[in-house]
Ligand binder design. Structure first.
Ligand code: PHB
Ligand code: FE
Length: 328
């Protein structure tokens, strides 16, 4: 069932264990000590609350990202860039066959504000949803304070390139970005730039490995360079990508260090398509019709290369552009 609710009601009221309950259109959300419970007119779902909050944090930070953000195999959002579908079971073959799937199209601002309110109320003082499990305390238990500083971190998004005048400053010890425990062996020297007189404002370089070694967050691509629609979005990864991302365009992955294993499934049915093991130096293209989730046993560095063109989803959906970038 699909509902077009352009101005859905949102509400929030006190619930159990000190947490608030929320509604967003016909969806309801409540948590207890361990779990997040999601309800909709034709069904209900339960997730471990740490996984739910990690996924919610990414969906907000990325402003619903490209295509689909599956919190797990059942619940998630699909971005229409202005409006968002909030869905349950829509990309699960069995839910669809049993007609338990449900979806509502909601204006992005409304869903964004209610998601922020849920994340804020349900994140305890001990929990950092952006951090690796090893670098955060528990998400569990009765309501215990909040962690506004962690959940409102600003995502780095350069307009041209990090370190170019006017763009984001470099990460350093001085501005509160120490080298992560797993990247102590990464050289910290910066490149020497010798610009011709008059070009000092135009030529810049920085040590991307040093920069990434200082990232405090995991699975949160930051935009470090922009050339028209070509966006370099490197990120540091540890443990599991908290969402199963359903692509609406091709993405390139360059494994800059260590190793990530990717489970790749059909975007619409969840049928297994492949497992990709990426070692340092490997490059791959993820097709536009898949969904994927990565596993990183050590903190690793990954460069996600995105084509940010707003025309791509329609070109691909209508068959005018292919779902894969290369014909072998
Ligand atoms: C992706 O879905 O392509 C993705 C998302 C977040 C990451 C890496 C890859 O950190
Ligand atoms: Fe992706």
């Amino acid at each position: 069932m699909s509902v077009d609710a352009s101005t859905p009601t949102t509400a929030s009221e006190p619930g159990g264990e000190g947490y608030r309950t929320f509604t967003l259109g016909e969806f309801s959300f409540r948590r207890d000590e361990y779990f997040a419970y999601i309800g909709w007119p034709t069904g209900s779902h339960v997730m471990s609350v740490d996984a739910f909050l990690r996924a919610m944090q990414r969906d907000i930070a990325w402003d619903f990202f490209y295509g689909i953000v599956n919190f797990d195999g059942i619940f998630g959002t699909m971005n229409h860039y202005g409006t968002v579908d909030l869905f349950a079971g829509r990309y699960s073959d069995s839910y669809r066959k049993a007609e338990l799937d449900y979806s509502e199209n909601i204006e992005s601002g409304i869903i964004r504000e209610q998601f922020k309110a849920i994340l804020d109320d349900w994140t305890n003082a001990t929990f950092d949803p952006f951090a690796s499990p090893h670098e955060t305390g528990p998400a569990f238990g009765v309501k215990n304070g909040n962690n506004v500083a962690a959940i409102t971190r600003r995502r780095v998004a350069a307009a041209r390139m990090v370190n170019v005048p006017g763009d984001e400053e470099l990460r350093s010890d001085e501005n509160g970005h120490p080298v992560n425990r797993m990247f102590r062996d990464v050289p910290q020297d910066e490149p020497l730039v010798e610009a011709e007189p008059g070009f000092e404002q135009e030529v810049a370089a920085f040590n991307l490995y040093s920069y990434l070694a200082r990232s405090q967050v995991t699975w949160n691509p930051s935009v470090v360079s922009v050339c028209k629609d070509s966006l370099f979005c490197p990120t540091t990864e540890e443990y599991i990508l908290p969402v199963i991302h359903g692509n609406d365009r091709v993405e390139w992955f360059l494994q800059l260090s260590d190793q990530i294993t990717w489970d790749v499934e059909d975007r619409d049915t969840g049928a297994v398509r492949s497992r990709v093991v990426m070692k340092a130096g490997d490059v791959c293209a993820m097709p536009a019709d898949i969904r994927h989730q990565g596993y990183s046993p050590k903190r690793s560095m990954l460069l996600v290369w995105e084509n940010g063109s707003p025309e791509l989803p329609e070109l691909i959906a209508s068959g005018k552009a292919p779902t894969h970038p290369v014909e072998f």
